[in-house]
Design a binder for this molecule. Structure first.
Ligand SMILES: [Zn+2]
Length: 284
């Protein structure tokens, strides 16, 4: 049986951060890989870390740059087909960009799902990955990616295995410790330069729990053999991620820290009962 994997992501760079390892690993195994990126990422940072609410931020220029960066990441990950749905980035929840009629968030789910369903019908992937109903961290475009994926799957004449990306609570605890350490380092560096350190925003928020209970994780994929490609794919998204904790930890620490990707199972047509180490368990 020829195997096809398809991931539905919200923005350029999400393919690398949550599925960079599995994309490269599956490509190395000869599985056909397809990436659907829903938005152009207009409201990411502009070069130099210029934020979307700055008058110096040009959304269309940011999107053009991110298209180039995405193409680079796609090449690094060996992705066979990239489909860009081309919706406008909706910004974070509550931003005025949410209401732009061109935004992904303002797009009718059925309409976007029709377009995704056409891709699914062509590719007939056995395994699909997207985000859970809160879009992993509450971003409107991630929530919308979840909604259109479910709606598109409902139009198929077969049931694929659907996974949502996840981070186990035990791993999230390690990340939080790393973030806190990084924050301390930045603050100490600023003080050493005689500057007043920025008051850090809480990046993960107290009200939003990003972790998943460890016993709900259904797939643990060892991506150690392709971790360099994941690092390079993240690095391709330089305009967004140059200052991210992944890049600042450097390649050596990244190799140690980012050896796995985790998923919860949303549909299970092959009847897997154990934690799998292969997203295609039951298909090979
Ligand atoms: Zn995103």
């Amino acid at each position: 049986m020829s195997l096809t994997f398809l991931a539905v992501h919200a923005h350029p760079d999400d393919e690398a951060s949550s599925t960079g390892g599995v994309f490269r690993l599956l490509a190395n195994q000869g599985v056909r890989t397809v990436l659907v990126t829903c938005t152009n990422g207009e409201y990411g940072d502009a070069p130099g870390g210029v934020k979307p609410d700055s008058p110096d931020h040009g959304p269309d220029e940011v999107a053009a740059l991110r298209e180039v960066e995405l193409a680079r990441a796609v090449a690094v990950l060996g992705i066979d087909r990239l489909v860009r749905l081309g919706y406008r980035d909706s910004g974070m929840m509550g931003w005025p960009q949410n209401d732009d009629p061109r935004s992904f968030w303002s797009t009718c789910v059925d309409q976007a799902a029709d377009r995704l369903a056409a891709v699914l019908a062509e590719e007939r992937p056995q395994v699909i990955v997207t985000y859970n109903e809160i879009g992993f961290y509450g971003h409107p475009d991630h929530i919308q990616a979840h909604r259109i994926t479910l709606a598109a799957m409902a139009r198929l004449d077969y049931e694929p295995t659907l996974y949502y990306n996840a981070i186990p609570n035990s791993v999230m605890t390690q990340y939080r410790a790393r973030w806190a350490e990084e924050e301390r380092r930045r603050r100490d560096d600023a003080l050493a330069r005689g500057e007043t350190p920025d008051v850090p925003e809480d990046p993960d928020g107290d009200e939003l729990d990003l972790g998943t209970p460890d016993d709900e994780i259904a797939a643990v994929i060892d991506v150690a053999s392709v971790v360099d490609a994941k690092f390079d794919a993240l690095g391709a998204h330089e305009s967004q991620l140059a200052d991210s904790f992944w890049m600042t930890m450097g390649r050596d620490q990244f190799r140690e820290a980012m050896r796995a990707e985790w998923f919860v199972r949303a549909t299970n047509p092959t009847g897997q009962s154990d934690v799998v180490t292969d997203l295609f368990a039951g298909y090979r």
